[in-house]
Design a protein around this ligand. Structure first.
Ligand code: GLA
Length: 358
């Protein structure tokens, strides 16, 4: 296939608006399909050690499934990734009530988060880089958040097997903002039913423990001697059902890791290796944290693109972010964006292979 971007129809929203599907073919052979509904990455290929391109993300073939049943497959997440306890927070002396969409709590931006809105999409190319610029204006009060938020999310696929996602936002009133991306990966390809044999490394000395509703307790806990220690590569499955209170609370891994290296430069946040295919994915980010979610809520009821149901733990997410529930946790880095400031973060997913299968 020649490198370039093509566009086709992906279906129609209940209100009659048409949804597009963009197919980006990179010079290196990676193909990514993205829709302007939720900015969702519908498919993304990566080469195995023999150069064979296979889809490494979970998703659906049709728009309808995304409208009704998606557990945030491949989408942009906002205004705030992960949970805000009791769906409320105080800012500058005022209490704000957000949409509660998981029990009493707020998850991934609410009932109609950024994963469920139609974005404006503009394809572009620059040298060998091919990409899409998504823009969306979130109105004042949307899902309970203060201020009109203007958001730009840019996807760039390079000829060196890298997917870069850049997030920018400005506001006209102070508001929390914590944007992320929610692809579920399985580097073994579309026929794999499990991610438990993937080896994961996260350079984090600490994580933020959660209560039984997945809300951070506010502590920053050492990973030392716990199943959360991914500082050396280790199989995801090895300790995922350990007798450990955090594993019990998370139903497996569903935790925010505090990257040891801090700063707003791009730094390594995770490295994943899948032995059979030889595929490696590295995540670098300007963010201070990363949520490792092991697909614990997948239960075999969603029918995937390849005509197979998505089994328990058949995909994992690595969501770069500020820490969950930050508006209610004074010890966590602030996620408040004020008028005149520019929110700006970047995350890069890099694909390569290791020829050694031992
Ligand atoms: C996340 C959360 C999980 C779950 C999934 C979506 O990443 O951390 O608890 O809500 O999204 O199913």
């Amino acid at each position: 296939m020649t490198p370039g971007i093509t566009v086709s129809d992906f279906g129609e929203l209940p209100d009659g608006r048409m949804v597009s599907l963009f197919t980006i073919q990179s010079a290196s052979g990676i193909e990514m399909r993205v829709t302007n509904y939720g900015g969702i990455i519908v498919s993304l290929t990566a080469p195995d050690r023999n150069g064979v391109q296979e889809d490494v993300v979970l998703g659906f073939s049709h728009l309808d499934a995304y409208l009704t049943a998606s557990p945030y497959f491949g989408s942009i997440i906002g205004r705030c990734g992960n949970r805000i306890g009791k769906a409320e927070f105080s800012l500058d002396g005022e209490t704000y009530h957000l949409a509660a969409n998981t029990g009493e709590n707020h998850l991934h931006g609410g009932i109609t988060g950024f994963d469920k809105v139609l974005w404006n999409a503009l394809p572009f190319s620059s040298g060998d880089d091919l990409g899409l610029v998504f823009t969306y204006t979130s109105p004042d009060g949307e899902e309970g958040y203060p201020g009109t938020l203007s958001v730009t999310v840019t996807y760039v696929l390079s000829a060196t097997n890298q997917l870069s996602i850049t997030y920018e936002a400005t506001t006209d009133k102070a508001t929390p903002v914590n944007l992320t991306h929610h692809s579920y990966f399985n580097l073994a390809g579309p026929l794999s039913d499990s991610i438990l044999d993937h080896e994961l490394m996260i350079p984090a000395d600490h994580f933020t423990p959660i209560d039984s509703e997945f809300i951070p307790t506010g502590q920053i806990q050492s990973v030392q001697g716990t199943p959360m220690d991914f500082r050396s590569p280790i199989s995801i499955g090895l300790r995922i059902d350990a007798e450990d209170q955090q594993i019990i609370n998370g139903l497996g891994y569903d935790h925010n890791f505090v990257l040891t290296e801090q700063g707003t430069h791009l730094k390594l946040a995770a490295r994943v290796f899948e032995r059979q295919s030889g595929r490696i994915m590295e995540v670098t980010t300007t963010e201070p944290g990363i949520q490792f979610y092991a697909g614990n809520f997948l239960d075999g009821t969603l029918m995937g693109k390849a005509g197979r149901p998505y089994a328990h733990r058949s995909g994992f997410c690595l969501e770069t972010q500020h820490f969950p529930d930050s508006p209610n946790q004074p010890t966590f880095p602030s996620i408040i964006l004020r008028p005149g400031d520019v929110y700006s973060t970047r995350t890069v997913y890099s694909f390569s292979t290791n020829s050694d299968s031992r």
